[in-house]
Design a protein around this ligand. Structure first.
Ligand code: 1CP
Length: 341
């Protein structure tokens, strides 16, 4: 790898500056994304390896980040299991056949890696394009977060149906979570076999859970997935919103990196974790709406706080919002790249 900063930091080795990539870096805040999006549906983009590769490469070419992330979505596992998935502009993801009872759960299939072969094909095209310049991060949704979309039938603010399922019918929730976890483990191993250099597990909506429910309905399954990966030399990043609170539990699943939302002081979190677990984060993405001197000040404040620490990857506490100015994202990356420990 010509640029090893990301992998070094992920494995808690020293780096000359923090590496940088951003969640949702291959997306809607880029005018160039819309040039492609206006011609194809979102799922067509994901399922056509050349197009998925084109979009993956946008932030590589235009922003100069230290790691690329596969262009896809966390819900492709739910679709492969039998969910009728669509994405509508302004509405977001929808499953037309939500999973609400034992029959629905039993109908979901678990031997589905063939249906996800298009992702392996995209990874191969992307690696040809990257040509050893920077690492490629693959990813999947964590079972709890994917379950929430399957059960609600789409996005949710309060996860009411998902919570009713786990509280009234925990045995059904566990059956569903175990099925998703099996598919997710196979899917991430498929991505490793196809050539990704790192993996991130996205449990975006774990923050909806209490401490006990997080352990029972999220952490257990993430742990099963992480321990089932053929992960030699492939760092695994565990992300959730809620990580400011859940980080010590997340660390028990033994990822290489825990990705932290913006509520916590990153150094305090790092110090509370085992020394060989790196942290990723944790700028509030809303800072990227602010004036550029503010962006610079906030990034440098984080870096001063983390000075002297090994195992720190700069990222946002969650993804870039679609209406964040492109120039501000570009500026933030320049600020990171000028910094020296
Ligand atoms: O209409 C469009 O242009 C589609 C918008 C879009 C994009 C660009 C969606 C629909 N997904 C994506 C790409 C995507 N999603 C990536 C690509 C790589 C990157 O640049 O980071 C990744 C990693 C994801 C993961 C994802 N999808 C998550 C986890 C991360 C997070 O942001 O919390 C979640 C929760 C989703 C669901 C999803 N897919 C798309 C939308 C709009 C949503 C969120 C909807 C909601 O709020 O529930």
């Amino acid at each position: 790898m010509k640029n090893n900063l990301f992998l070094d930091a992920a494995f808690s080795r020293p780096t000359e500056r923090p590496p940088v990539w951003m969640m949702r870096q291959a997306g809607r805040f880029m005018p160039q994304y819309w040039e492609i999006k206006n011609k194809y549906s979102f799922l067509e983009m994901c399922k056509t390896p050349e197009i998925a590769a084109d979009v993956t490469m946008l932030p590589v070419d235009l922003l100069g980040i230290d790691a690329a992330i596969l262009f896809s979505d966390i819900l492709v596992t739910g679709e492969a299991m039998g969910g009728e998935l669509s994405f509508t502009q302004g509405v977001g993801p929808k499953f037309a056949n939500p999973v609400r009872n034992a029959q629905d759960i039993d109908r979901l299939e678990t031997e589905v890696t063939d249906r996800l072969q298009y992702v392996a094909d995209a990874i191969k095209v992307i690696q040809q394009r990257l040509d050893g310049s920077i690492p490629l991060i693959g990813f999947a949704g964590a079972p709890f977060t994917v379950m929430s979309y399957l059960v609600e039938g789409g996005s949710s603010k309060d996860f009411k149906l998902t919570k009713l399922l786990i509280h009234n019918h925990p045995e059904l929730a566990h059956r569903l979570l175990a099925k998703i976890a099996k598919v997710t483990t196979d899917y991430l191993n498929l991505q490793i076999a196809a050539g990704v250099n790192a993996l991130q597990l996205f449990d975006s909506w774990a923050l909806a859970l209490s401490w006990n429910d997080y352990q029972e309905f999220s952490h257990r399954y993430n742990q099963d997935i992480i321990s089932g990966l053929n992960r030699r030399n492939i760092p695994v990043i565990s992300f959730c919103k809620g990580s400011s609170v859940f980080a010590p539990i997340m660390a028990e699943a033994r990822p290489d990196v825990v990705s932290i939302d913006w509520n916590a002081d990153l150094l305090n979190i790092k110090k509370a974790l085992p020394a060989d677990i790196a942290v990723q984060g944790n700028l509030d993405p809303h800072i990227l709406y602010a004036d550029q001197p503010v962006i610079k000040k906030q990034i440098l404040r984080l870096f001063e706080r983390m000075r002297g620490e090994q195992g720190f990857i700069f990222n946002l506490g969650h993804g870039i919002m679609p209406d964040i100015p492109f120039d501000n994202v570009k500026y933030a990356i320049e600020v990171v790249k000028e910094f020296k420990y």
